[in-house]
Design a protein around this ligand. Structure first.
Ligand code: NAP
Length: 313
């Protein structure tokens, strides 16, 4: 029987692990096969306090992990396949094991969204990617298209200028959603250009990407654009498939937390991007992980005090 299980190992999950471990709760972190969350897929993190020169996303997550382990968190790189929160103790299952726990912190984060157009899935890993850090180097001196108008798209595009001959950002509106500083950097970069008011309707190519079909959203016309790669950076979907029917989710699938980090199920807490579609920053996720661990600790204290009192009767 565990006292606390943390599902997820991004900034939220690992901060929860640091706090729970330092509270002597000996947390078990089910980190997911792809440990570390979205920061493992980013490059420079320039806005995480304490790193004035910036730090690489994966390097930051290794530091989070080391800090959690230093205080006794046990971290297993396994995916959770299902949960049963209707029972006490709470049950968390992987393909190979079932764990029982008095408290659970859900910190499963969010995943990259795809365009869902012909050719995209077929050519994934053959020019279609959602991770510039992972795949950018394959496109040295090539033509690259990035789709999206948020910070992620511009960050990917700026990173890809290190490799590509030219990086074209395709956005469905004529106004960027990204922060001004990122927009200014991208707009003034000599290797970056923009195609506004356009949607990608198809990814072309047999064995690898050779182009995209664009629809002009102003006049409805279509045109083919040659490219060797398409990087999709159009936002994220919360990783909540295993919590359907177990936790209250909102209409977009994010876990609802009506009071602090508490969910609608007693003993289950939530932190990070899996219930935050507004801020979605490493620092806000980390702060949420801290709150969830402190809330879980209070919950366990009350639960264990009740059990002790009953035992004494
Ligand atoms: P986002 O802010 O939600 O932006 C998604 C972009 O993709 C929007 O421009 C959106 O267009 C476009 N889009 C969505 N669905 C689309 C579709 N089906 N086809 C074409 N375009 C589509 O997501 P994000 O860029 O991943 O950023 C998420 C959060 O993380 C934000 O708060 C951001 O500030 C933060 N972030 C920060 C940094 C940084 O500070 N270094 C880096 C990355 C992310 P519309 O604009 O028309 O909606």
């Amino acid at each position: 029987m565990e006292r606390i299980i943390i599902i997820g190992s991004g900034p939220a999950g690992l901060t929860a692990a640091i706090y729970a471990a330092r509270a002597n709760l000996h947390p078990l972190v089910l980190a997911g096969g792809l440990y570390g969350g979205q920061l493992m897929l980013t490059t420079d993190v320039e806005n995480y306090p304490g790193f004035p020169e910036g730090i690489l996303g994966p390097e930051l997550m290794i530091k989070f992990r080391e800090q959690a382990e230093r205080f006794g968190a046990r971290i297993e790189n396994v995916d959770v396949s299902s949960v049963d929160f209707s029972k006490r103790p709470l049950v968390v299952r992987t393909d190979d094991a079932a764990y029982e726990s008095k408290a659970v912190i859900v910190a499963t984060g969010a995943s990259a969204r795809w365009l869902d157009v012909p050719g995209e899935e077929r050519l994934r890993g053959r020019g279609v990617s959602s991770c510039a850090t992972c795949d950018g180097a394959f496109f040295a001196d090539k033509q690259i298209v990035v789709v999206g108008g948020g910070d992620s798209a511009l960050e990917e595009a700026l990173f890809l200028t290190r490799f590509g001959k030219r990086v074209t950002i395709v956005h469905r509106r004529d106004k960027l959603r990204a922060s001004k500083i990122m927009a200014d950097r991208a707009r003034s970069h000599p290797k970056i250009d923009f195609i506004w008011n356009a949607a990608i309707e198809e990814v072309q190519g047999e064995t690898h990407v050779t182009g995209v079909r664009l629809r002009n959203l102003t006049d409805g016309g279509t045109a083919d654009l040659h490219t060797d790669a398409l990087f999709v950076a159009i936002g994220h979907t919360p990783n909540t498939a295993i919590f359907v029917d177990q936790l209250d989710l909102d209409e977009r699938g994010y876990v609802v937390s009506p009071d602090g980090s508490a969910t609608n199920v007693d003993g289950v807490f939530v932190a990070g991007d899996v219930n935050d579609h507004r801020y979605r920053q490493a620092i806000t996720a980390a702060a949420a992980g801290c709150r969830a661990a402190m809330d879980a600790e209070k919950h366990l204290e009350a639960l264990e005090f009740k059990v002790d009192s009953l035992a004494r009767l």
